[in-house]
Ligand binder design. Structure first.
Ligand code: NAD
Length: 307
């Protein structure tokens, strides 16, 4: 039996922790010894209004169980830096950041207004950016940090009516991948998750028998594992739901090298070799964690010249 993963004296900031997934994360971190900043604007699913009650209820629950927590009611995209300041003012540091706050404004792309697009990108992507930006100097100087960006299957695969949401969610993956690289030597590990769980986001979309399987508590174990000080996993994307945990990765096909002679380097040449370009059977650049490297390009150019 492995050792219980504890978070004693670690300071965790969770955005949108007044309900849904964020709330169950907050309760579990607190049970395992963390000091938790419970942020929630307390608005509607569409992002209107605000209410301090959502965060307060979670903080009370943690304190009543003997844990440590403080509430923050700021909006991630308007005042993200104040959420990190709440951690510093109350607990003196920030170790773990879970970018979880989110809203939905689903509508087909043909009917989506600029405001509907922008407001969703603002909360998810710009909100995530603000929190990372404010936490980053603390994580760099203490040489420790763990960040989770909450993406979505909709961001990775697309989903009807969610152009705004999917664009924001894949943006968060890109942000995480770059921060994973920039933070690596400072012991900052950054990953993305694409969960599916029962919450107000899904309760009117999925049938009851499916919702029954999608308890938000089934998402928690991976979040805690990925953010523990002993975990070195970084720059990764995980898909999880109903007790299933899997990793996603980019893949590059075998591809085709063309001699860049203007006579033969034509759209018709692409058409003729299309099957090879999109062939995933033979994968020289499998497990893509980075773009093709310069050394690979040199190799390719040498081969191309011989064609
Ligand atoms: P939820 O609506 O219960 O939780 C989101 C929380 O964020 C709410 O409590 C809300 O008040 C808060 N919030 C919204 N805007 C905010 C802002 N500007 N500042 C601070 N707080 C704000 O939904 P959930 O399902 O628990 O979603 C949590 C995260 O998981 C979201 O990012 C969501 O997009 C993502 N997600 C959820 C699912 C799912 O199946 N539930 C699937 C994919 C991704």
């Amino acid at each position: 039996m492995s050792e219980r993963l504890l978070f004693k004296d670690r300071v965790v900031v969770i955005t949108g922790a007044g309900g849904g997934l964020g709330k169950v994360y907050a309760l579990e971190y607190a049970k395992r010894g963390a000091k938790v900043v419970v942020n929630d604007l307390g608005g509607t699913l569409g992002g209107s209004g605000s209410n301090s009650r959502a965060a307060d209820v979670v903080v009370d629950e943690i304190k009543n169980a003997g844990g440590e927590a403080v509430a923050n009611y700021d909006s991630v995209n308007d005042n993200g830096e104040r959420i990190i300041k709440t951690a510093i003012d109350n607990f003196g540091r920030v170790d773990i950041l879970i970018n979880n706050a989110g809203i939905l404004r689903d509508v087909s792309f043909a009917r989506m207004s600029e405001k509907e697009f922008g407001s969703v990108v603002d909360v998810h992507l710009n909100g995530g950016y603000k929190l990372c930006k404010a936490a980053w100097p603390y994580m760099l100087s203490q040489k420790f940090g763990r960040i989770i960006n909450t993406a979505s299957p909709a961001g990775l695969f697309g989903n009807f009516g969610q152009a705004n949401y999917s664009a924001a969610k894949l943006g968060l993956v890109g942000l995480a991948e770059t921060l994973a690289k920039e933070g690596y030597k400072y012991n900052i590990r950054v990953n993305s998750i694409a969960p599916l769980a029962r919450s107000r986001m899904t309760e009117n979309v999925l049938p009851p028998h499916i919702l029954k399987q999608l308890g938000p508590e089934k998402i928690v174990p991976l979040i805690l594992f990925l953010t523990h000080e002993t975990t070195q996993v970084t720059n990764s994307i995980f898909e999880l739901a109903a007790g299933f945990y899997g990793q996603l990765r980019w893949e590059r096909s075998a591809g085709q090298i063309f001699n860049p002679n203007p006579e033969t380097f034509t759209p018709e040449a692409i058409l003729n070799k299309w099957k090879c370009i999109v062939d995933f059977k033979d994968k020289p650049f499998n497990k893509v964690q980075h773009p093709i490297q310069l050394s690979d390009y040199n190799d390719l150019i040498t081969k191309a010249k011989k064609l």
